[in-house]
Design a protein around this ligand. Sequence first.
Ligand code: ATP
Ligand code: MG
Length: 229
Amino acid sequence: MSSPVVALEDVALTLTGNAGPVKVLEGVSLKVAAGETVGLVGPSGSGKSSLLMLIGGLETATAGRVEVLGQELTAMDEDALARFRRGRVGVVFQSFHLIPTMTAVENVATPLEIAGEADAFDRATDELAAVGLGARLEHYPAELSGGEQQRVALARAAVTRPQLLLADEPTGNLDGATGAAILDVLFGLRDRHGATLLLVTHDAEIARRCDRVVRLRDGTVERFAEAAE
Ligand SMILES: Nc1ncnc2c1ncn2[C@@H]1O[C@H](COP(=O)(O)OP(=O)(O)OP(=O)(O)O)[C@@H](O)[C@H]1O
Ligand SMILES: [Mg+2]
């Protein structure tokens, strides 16, 4: 495999919370090629979200090597990580992380404005229309349903056309028809812009469309399984 977009080598993550240290990930090695779509599955608590956070540079590995888009993240400080992510890595969190004081269109326009793009609001408007939210542009997150907030989060992650998109249960709260629109946006990033996708999902339709499914159990990669036909 020539220069993978994601290369993890024997990665461990231990988080210390209220109840003491927890081995969240251990001995995880994973390579994802450019343009590849990988589904990440596994039981609740197996470490899927934590793995996405590591790859997105939002969490730092306790041990091992994390290389993303040719850069070694383990060696970077917070500022370097923020610069690394900007415009190149899109993240859709499980809990959306929208900015509550900004409307839908302002949330989506923000990464473009940070990148200094002139037509941020027009592009944000188009991106929201693509996820079926053309009529909700001026709503604040608290004035949106859970599934609508999720779609705003996807629009915000997709609007910069990132090379790598990390999405945590992107269709988790959506009905079939809305989920299909989300899949069009996700796979459109791949098909039209060559993006690499890493998708945490329990959705059989998404898993079927992935090139490969990686299964986590108790913080380790359990096995590689080809996506079912
Ligand atoms: N800050 C923390 N301190 C200690 N343990 C944590 C912390 N954050 C997460 N964990 C633990 O790490 C494990 C993995 O969590 P993670 O969120 O990655 O799981 P997941 O596979 O995404 O689960 P789900 O399908 O429920 O979203 C869990 O057992 C969780 O309790
Ligand atoms: Mg999770």
